[in-house]
Design a protein around this ligand. Structure first.
Ligand code: NDP
Length: 461
């Protein structure tokens, strides 16, 4: 049977774009359909604008800290609308780059909302990105679903008054009083951003510490850092309802306490975006939260339909989606699929200061066997003169039997930058001795990783 195209990718986010480009480079005829914005969540409503917001929020610290170094600088006023306009220009530039990358690769671009008619046929109807577009129907030999995810709102009374990360990037003005619900990646990052820009931030999360799943020492250091940043932290709490009184919102907590603010942000997780895809017209199965079920080769229950990235809800990180898209395109149309190490996927949370991790936490390592723990907490050089009360924490988790470094964790300035290099060492399975025989770069914070000689403790058995 002949099809309009060899491969149709639904969703032009990080994973879909990589999959389409690589498939096209292998000679496949490829089409991509996108209904919202080229580049997906990461470029438009995630990693990229978030990092710009983090950077914007750090200038006030630089100004304040410069006084210890002899400067008489004054912070002045932050112009939110001007900043958002610059950010939007940058995002438009990146959208253009995504479109031109795909076009240069020879990929056919379709704008609109894709819906399955059957496992090889999709209709593309008008959507947010192309409201006037004529609907088209396309057949494809193979289809990749890369539609990503969407923020989820707790089902409580007044939930509609709260924003999610989707709206925050386009706020007309910066809220002066803000309540953020959720102590995960997004909650912690937005708390840092808005506190840095001068808002009064209350962070409400239901665990005793933020960032469930991260190393306990890191979580404790972060909780301290959140406090030091002037963020009000309500740990072990959950909102039960939100009420509005004029321009004010009140977040009511389960213990009867309440927080009065100008805006509320729900940062309570994301779910796969499958609504309106017409999956019922196929044999594809989803889990309770809508995750498309795939095997290790990204195959769904339909032999020619695949799914990658956040819509499969495994590790919800851009570089993981990119790797999955790349592997799949190589496997379908290339000679060999590159080998990627998903087990040692590094992670970073861009608070100020940020934190980053790779490999096992102390708790995970201890559950598997004896682990040597090396821990260092110090005040970075910049803050000794700058005067800021801010500590850096660095930690290595070493498997005692093999002496392999199986986990590395940092809370402090430049943590994500350092972690990318450390992730290579952990992926390569290097031993503590390899760290010890590496010469440091002085004076840096990173040199601590090659000078931690004395074991802090043994964990596990
Ligand atoms: P996370 O899963 O990281 O965190 C969700 C938070 O919301 C948790 O603290 C969770 O608590 C809490 N929560 C969930 N449901 C409720 C509820 N009904 N009431 C109160 N609290 C609730 O999700 P995020 O939204 O922060 O981010 C989504 C994903 O996006 C991340 O997991 C990550 O994969 C990705 N991301 C990555 C970033 C990066 O790489 N820097 C940045 C931003 C997002 P509990 O722990 O108790 O479940």
């Amino acid at each position: 049977m002949s099809y309009d195209t060899d491969l149709l990718v639904i969703g032009a986010g990080s994973g879909g774009v990589r999959c389409a480009r690589i498939a096209a480079s292998h000679g496949a005829r490829v089409a991509v359909v996108e209904g919202r914005h080229w580049g997906g969540t990461c470029v438009n409503l995630g990693c990229v604008p978030k990092k710009l917001l983090v950077q914007a929020s750090e200038y006030a610290d630089f100004v304040q800290d410069s006084h210890g170094f002899g400067w008489d600088t004054q912070a002045g006023h932050h112009d939110w609308p001007a900043f958002i306009a610059s950010k939007d220009r940058e995002i438009s530039r990146l959208n253009g780059i995504y479109v031109s990358m795909l076009e240069k690769a020879g990929v056919r671009l379709l704008t609109g909302h894709a819906r399955f008619i059957d496992a090889h046929t999709v209709t593309v109807a008008p959507s947010e990105l192309a409201p006037e577009a004529e609907p088209v129907t396309l057949t494809a030999e193979k289809i990749v679903i890369a539609t990503g995810g969407v923020p989820v709102r707790p089902q409580i009374e007044g939930a509609e008054f709260a924003l999610t990360s989707d709206e925050v990037f386009h706020l007309k003005e910066r809220p002066q009083r803000l309540c953020i619900v959720g102590g995960g990646y997004i909650g912690v990052e937005f708390a840092g951003i808005f506190a840095g820009l001068g808002s009064d931030v209350t962070l409400v999360y239901r665990q005793p510490l933020p960032l469930r799943g991260f190393d306990e020492d890191l979580r404790n250091a972060l909780a301290e850092g959140i406090e030091q940043r002037g963020i009000r932290q309500l740990a072990g709490h959950e909102p039960t309802r939100i009420t509005r009184n004029g321009k004010e919102l009140t977040v009511h907590l389960e213990n009867g306490e309440s927080v009065i603010v100008d805006q509320v942000i729900f940062a309570t997780g994301r779910v796969p975006k499958t609504a309106g895809l017409g999956l019922e017209k196929t044999r594809i199965r989803t889990t309770g939260n809508g995750r498309i079920m795939v095997n290790a080769h990204h195959e769904t229950d339909e032999p020619d339909v695949f799914a990658i990235g956040d819509v499969t809800d495994r590790i919800n990180l851009t570089p993981v989606a990119i790797a999955e898209g790349h592997i799949l395109a190589d496997r379908l149309y290339g000679n060999h699929a590159r080998d990627w190490s998903f087990d040692t996927t590094p992670k970073a949370v861009f608070f100020t200061p940020p934190l980053a991790s790779v490999g096992l936490t102390e708790e995970e390592a201890a559950a598997k066997g004896a682990a040597d723990i090396y821990l260092s907490k110090f005040r970075p050089m910049r803050h000794t003169i700058g005067g800021r009360e801010r500590r850096t924490l660095m930690k290595l988790v070493v498997d005692q039997a093999s002496q392999k470094v199986i986990g590395a964790h940092i809370y402090g300035e430049d943590a994500p930058e350092m972690m990318q290099a450390l992730a290579i060492a952990v992926t390569a399975g290097l031993r503590k001795n390899d760290f010890d025989r590496t010469i440091g770069i002085h004076p840096t914070s990173a040199e601590e990783f090659v000078t931690m000689r004395t074991r802090t403790r043994v964990s596990g058995h």
